[in-house]
Design a binder for this molecule. Sequence first.
Ligand code: LFR
Length: 479
Amino acid sequence: TGARPYAAVDLGASSGRVMVGRVGPDSLELAEVHRFANRPVRVPEGLRWDVLGLYAGVLEGLRKAGDGLASVGIDSWAVDYGLLDADGALLGNPVHYRDRRTDGVAQKVWARVPAGELYAATGLQYAPFNTLYQLTAARSTAQLAQARRLLLIPDLLAYWLTGEQGTELTNASTTQLLDPRTRDWSHGVAQRLGIDLSLFAPLRQPGDPAGELRPEVLEETGLAGPVPVTAVGSHDTASAVAAVPATGERFAYICTGTWSLAGLELDAPVLTEESRAANFTNELGLDGTVRYLRNIMGLWLLQECVRTWGEPDLGALLLEAAKVPALRSVVDAGDAAFLAPGRMPERIAEACRVSGQPVPASPAETTRCILDSLALAHRRAVEDAQRLAGRSVDVVHIVGGGTRNALLCQLTADACGLPVVSGPTEAAALGNVLVQARAHGPAGDLAGMRRLLTLTQLLTRYEPRGGTRRWEAAWARLA
Ligand code: LFR
């Protein structure tokens, strides 16, 4: 098309990638230029991100992306952050959201701000790793005492690239320190919990300029300047939801990968007590939207098992799993008990035993149990979201890494009793690119972006098979 390319940096829990996207009036192309592992490291003080390794991967990716970039955007997982001292230097390695430091911290927080009040003020589902709980866990550490600035992961990398600091809104909404109605900080909550909001750099919106690559970065990457950096929906889930190829309003989405994030796009948060009890979150999306969704453990359950089994061939394992009878045993894939790494096959077997179901006896059976359980959790989330938000849907869109897993897509269609449209796989990177393209050219509103996706992306449709009664019955076993 001749249009100038955009670089999208998309960091996931197990790998990072730099993609180059080109956007034309009727075209959207994406190519991966660099992929690198993201390996959390366990040190005596706990589980940490190797953020310098990630930054090195970003630089290498930008070098491979080459000259002529119209802009660079960064998205990653949510909630985690780096702390800077008064000189602007990083204080230690960012703590991984699966680190155990937040065990039991929520109870301390709720003693000061009851859980009901916290939900009414922030709209966030309880997850032990929300930034608010992490900061409470860190309260009396030497590191926090030294800190003068807190930058969420994508903002930290943007700071290293540009020298400029900001707090991007969609990711800020996962800290549990933001009010989803005003889309601004919740000063009341922060004050009552003794959290210093001046640690955060000023909020910026997706599409806002975020500086230019520093001269040293240009030199290191061999790029010719100037290269602007643009704030995108820096929470990967915000970028992925922006890239759901929906054609109307009656859709649910499931962003799949390490996590499954399943829910609806709304124009106002749902802050009812019922919604809190159902553990739904109100994260902020593009253009005033709310991502009303539930966090489900996702393919993490399978990834951890596969790691324990010594990385057998996944394709073969899924073929075997497809032959195992359906819904023999299921676990609650929304249960935070599965959050920490390690011994996953045993933990799943234990959950089956405790609920009086057959214990999976082979990797194929465990895999089937996980996929059935995920499809069931998808069903519960899609059903609950519609009921709680008073909206109904005709289709479920699956985007992200799970689109490669045809069995999971089909089981999700079966469980929901709705057609599933799967794709694109690289939704987060596409959403990242589209927000940049819109900031730098006429890529249009959210509906326009989605139209472009439906025109250009390869999508697969799965029709539901059988009734949904047996899925309800399976859920009843867990209640
Ligand atoms: C998905 C994700 C989820 C968030 C989890 C932890 O990659 O961003 O939305 O809840 O990671 O940050």
